[in-house]
Ligand binder design. Structure first.
Ligand SMILES: O=C(O)CCC(=O)C(=O)O
Ligand SMILES: [Fe+2]
Length: 300
């Protein structure tokens, strides 16, 4: 078995033990309380919105910061014993995924003829502090057929995401499906991504869209039950790569990328992360679903 998957199998065990802690312990590690910028800690089920009428989500998650796992920088990393006892496995998994991400970044930089020193890989220097995170997720079973979609449709805010899971549920909406305001036809257009053991699903995140002026499109996705089925209990893990926090998310210089029509104000990766977290919590005044879906005017 490839090392990523043998380590992922161990991390799924860690997840089961983590989410089996009692609520009092889990709440002591609440990411909203112990982490500035939500890069560490526990999120209970129901904290995020999944639609405009305010339905709450159906999953728990636990975020572990890359800097904490590798003891880099000054990130606060309080964590429970199950995590402390598994640091070797977590480091091995993240190291392999960082290596894979570096290959993908270099390949995309070459294809887009980016200048030396301005390639995607140059904004992801893992020797320096980085806002990348490993997110462990537990979706709760919902016995209702046609019940709520447990995860908000969203794009990932960073650059690349690796999703590993053996249970179906991940859905994507093709980049050429645009919503026509008020016409909820998109329900029919979601496509399931079949999980395959030994394979990761790699999603592009918003930072890649911003840095290529829309040439590379962040993937709009969500998690839901298979048609005609109830939502099963589902464990997944997502490794979310993000450029260094101070990176300006502006269009890179490439003969293949159209420059922006007008020089707008660029945000840093840190600022973009903050906007996105507000949108996930249903805080509309920061741009709401437009931010949540990476600029695509859709939220079901
Ligand atoms: O659970 C999954 O398959 C996807 C998770 C996800 O989209 C995320 O954590 O951003
Ligand atoms: Fe995601």
């Amino acid at each position: 078995m490839v090392p990523v998957w043998s380590n992922a199998a161990k991390v799924f065990n860690i997840s089961e033990n983590l989410f089996a802690y009692d609520d009092a312990l889990k709440n002591a590690f609440d990411g909203d309380k112990i982490s500035k910028g939500k890069v560490n800690g526990y999120k209970p089920k129901g904290r995020n919105i999944v639609d405009k009428s305010g339905t709450r989500d159906g999953f728990e998650s636990w975020v572990l910061p890359g800097d904490g796992i590798f003891q880099l920088g000054d990130v606060m990393f309080p964590h429970p014993p199950v995590v402390a006892a598994s640091m070797g496995t977590l480091r091995a998994l993240v190291s392999h995924l960082r290596f894979a991400a570096d290959s993908i970044f270099k390949s995309l930089s070459t294809s887009l003829k980016l200048k030396p020193g301005q390639g995607f890989e140059d904004f992801h220097n893992t020797a320096r502090p980085m806002p990348d995170v490993l997110r462990l997720l537990k979706y709760h079973a919902d016995p209702r057929v046609g019940g709520a979609i447990p995860q908000t449709p969203h794009t990932d805010l960073g650059s690349l995401t690796f999703v590993l899971c053996t249970t179906p549920g991940l859905q994507v909406l093709s980049a050429n499906v645009q919503s026509e305001s008020g016409v909820p036809r998109t329900e029919f257009c979601w496509q399931y991504v079949e999980p395959r053991e030994g394979c990761a699903v790699v999603n592009l995140g918003d930072c890649m869209t911003k840095m290529t002026n829309g040439l590379l499109k962040s993937a709009l996705h969500r998690v839901g039950p298979l048609p005609g089925n109830p939502m099963p209990e589902r464990y997944s893990l997502a490794y979310l790569m993000r450029p260094e926090g101070t990176t300006l998310l502006r269009t890179l210089d490439s003969p293949l990328i159209h420059p922006p029509a007008a020089e707008g104000t660029s945000v840093t990766c840190n600022e973009w992360m903050q906007n996105k977290f507000q949108a996930v919590r249903g805080n509309q005044h920061t741009g709401g679903d437009h931010v949540l879906t990476g600029g695509r005017s859709l939220m079901t």
